[in-house]
Ligand binder design. Structure first.
Ligand code: ADP
Ligand code: MG
Length: 319
């Protein structure tokens, strides 16, 4: 079982940033309004994610680490309705199989918190306000081959920050704080979406981009598209969300790219943040643990809409 968990972990946990993605996901699922990350050595030594969400009841603490244990599906109906959310109950078990892990949690109304040590299974009383802290230390300590594949701390840290950015752009209503080696790296207070974009991507991105908005029936597409003259040599500022989830999708990327085809030449990459809201029955979500792949029922139509929405935004800037 240990081995099976480690193999499964290979799918979910590629590097520290994968842990960050999953833990922040859980904090958001728990209704957190503040999420704090504390990293050491690019996340390899330690990733601690603290939230002020609902907490985990004492009797459910050990369950949280079991494979396929999720508190988020209670009925078969729910299983269908959360089909868009990804693999269920895999993340914590996978992480616990390749790192030292502890869960510290306190629910509303509980007199104190409890701390579960994943390795020993011991539960001890602990102190903290309502919410959950997940501590992950020494990632891949028991799988040295995988640890060897990690890049420098600086590179791993950059990936961790990118994982937080992806969540933070989608959830401006949640405050995020990131520390590395005891130094405050980022602090994004709960804000409007516009302000969050500024905070996360910089004032320049707002100045050098135009608002995108298009609505037709159940399809809404909005965000910001960078001006062609501000295009960069790297594709590092391209964010697409489908119904609130970050996705990498060739069709959408191509639609956006087509909007730039007459104005952007060579290898230059446009920056954009695009939120697509679409009726859930128009999209099949074929979820892989690490990357969410989507298939749209009306792909061509969506492609066109995205393209024209971005084209409109860019055209306005020239009139
Ligand atoms: P999933 O998120 O798919 O349910 P995970 O392995 O990520 O699976 O988490 C297992 C369970 O642990 C969750 O279903 C939830 O009950 C609990 N859990 C994990 N993180 C938190 C958190 N930050 N706050 C509250 N509960 C949590
Ligand atoms: Mg999860």
């Amino acid at each position: 079982d240990e081995l099976i968990s480690q193999i499964a972990a290979g799918e979910v946990v590629e590097r520290p940033a994968s842990v960050v993605r999953e833990l922040v996901d859980n904090a958001l699922d728990a209704g957190a309004s503040q999420i704090q990350l504390k990293l050491m050595a690019g996340g390899v030594r330690a990733i601690v994610v603290e939230d002020d969400g609902l907490g985990i009841p004492l009797e459910e603490l050990p369950l949280a680490l079991k494979r396929h244990a999720t508190s988020k599906i209670r009925t078969l109906d729910e299983l269908e309705s959360v089909a868009t959310m990804g693999f269920r109950g895999e993340a914590l078990a996978a992480i616990a199989s390749v790192a030292e892990m502890a869960l510290l949690s306190r629910c509303e109304g509980a007199s104190h918190a409890h701390r579960l040590d994943a390795r020993s299974g011991e539960i001890a009383p602990a102190a903290r306000a309502r919410g959950t802290s997940v501590e992950v230390r020494e990632l891949f300590f028991n799988t040295p081959a995988r640890r060897k594949f990690l890049k420098t701390d600086a590179t791993e840290l950059a990936h961790c920050l990118e994982a937080v950015r992806r969540h933070a752009l989608a959830r401006p209503d949640v405050g995020f704080t990131v520390w590395h080696e005891g130094k405050l790296l980022e602090q994004w207070r709960a804000a409007s979406s516009e302000q969050r974009l500024k905070d996360v991507l910089g004032e320049d991105f707002i100045a050098d981009s135009r608002a995108v908005f298009s609505e037709a029936g159940p399809l809404r597409c909005y965000g910001r598209a960078g001006l062609p003259e501000a295009a960069r040599s790297r594709a590092d500022m391209q964010y697409v969300y489908v119904n609130g989830r970050f996705v990498r999708d060739k069709l959408i990327a191509h639609g956006i790219r087509s909007a730039y085809e007459d104005v952007l030449h060579g290898q230059r990459q446009p920056s954009y943040v695009l939120f697509i809201e679409i009726a859930p029955d128009r999209v099949d979500v074929n979820v892989h643990p690490t990357k969410i792949e989507v298939r749209f029922r009306d792909g061509r139509e969506l492609h066109q809409r995205v393209r024209y929405a971005v084209q409109d935004a860019l055209a306005q800037s020239r009139s």
